[in-house]
Design a protein around this ligand. Sequence first.
Ligand SMILES: [Zn+2]
Length: 343
Amino acid sequence: MFELLKRLSDAHGISGYEDEIREIVKSELEDYVDEIRVDKLGNLICVKNGGEFEVMVCAHMDEIGFMVKHIDEKGFIRFAPIGGWFSQIALGQRVVLHGSKKVYGVVGCKPPHVMKDEERKKAVEIKDMFIDVGAESRDEVVEMGIDVGTPITIDRELVKMGKRVTGKALDDRVGLAVMIDSLKQTESDATIYVVGTVQEEVGLKGARVSAFAIEPDVALALDVCVATDFPGTESLHMDIKLGKGPVITIVDASGRGLIATKDVVRWLKETAERNDIPYQLEVAEGGTTDATAIQITKSGVPSGVVSIPARYIHSPVEVVDLRDLENSSKLISRALERVERYF
Ligand SMILES: [Zn+2]
C-alpha cells in the first residue's frame, strides 16, 4: 500500500489539471476492468462488468494548489489559491510550477525582520506572498515556460513517520489508493464503476457529471476526514482516531452536505461487523465529499462515504495510518460482494 500511495501522493494535479494522476490510476486498473473511458470533464471511468446491479465507487484525483496570476518585471510571481488554503501554511513552501516544463520555486513574503510589531503578529495573506523561481526578470520567467494560468503544487514527498506516513495531497490520494486496492481484491457480481473524479476541491464538479451519466443504483465516495486525536480538536467533541479503522459517515456539514442514505450506512456497518473490520462513525459539522453531489443527481442515488482519518488536512504534512487504508480497502471489497441484498 505504501508504494501505491507514494506514487499517487508524489504526483501532481490541481483541480482541472489531473492528467498525471489519471494516468497512474489508469495504469493501475487497466488489467482489472473491462472498459476505461475519460468523460468531457476529465473524469476517469473504469467499468468492471457484472450483473444488472450497478455500483459507483469514486475518489477525487485533484489536490489543492495555486495558479500563476501575475509575473512582475523583476520576475516575482503572484498567485491565486485553487481550493481551500489556510494561508499561513502556504508560506515558506517549496513549490513546483507546471508550465511547459517543471520548475521549482519558493513562496516568500516581506521578511519579519522589517515588519512592525503589529504586522508580525498577523497571519500573512496569500495576496501578500509571491513565488521566487530564481529568475531576474519577467522575460526570464516566461522563457522558463511559465505564464498566467500555470498550475502550481507543493513539492513534498511521502515518507514513513513512526507507524504512520506523511505527505501532500493525501486528500484524496488515500481514497484513490483504497479504491484501486479494493477493486483488485473484490469478487463482486455487480457491475462496478470505479471513478477518479476531477475538481472535487472546487465544488464536487466531476462527481456530479459522472454520476449523472452512470446513474448507479448506489454510490460510495472515498475520502479523508478530520481526525480528532491531536491537540486543538478537543472542542469538536468527536472521537475519530488514526489507526482505529475506516470512518463511516452518517452526516457531514450538519446535514447541509450529506445525510448518508440509511441503507448505505447499514450495509457498511454490517459488512464491517461480519468481517471483524474495525470502524468508526462520524457526525460532522464541517466538510463534505463527492457523495453530496452524487446523492442528488437525477432522481437521487443512495450514497455514502468511507473516510480515512487524517491529521492536518489541506497541508503538505497530512498524516494517515496505513492500517486504516488496509481496513478501508477490506471494507469496500467485502461490501461490494453483498451489495445487492441491501438495495
Ligand atoms: Zn478530499
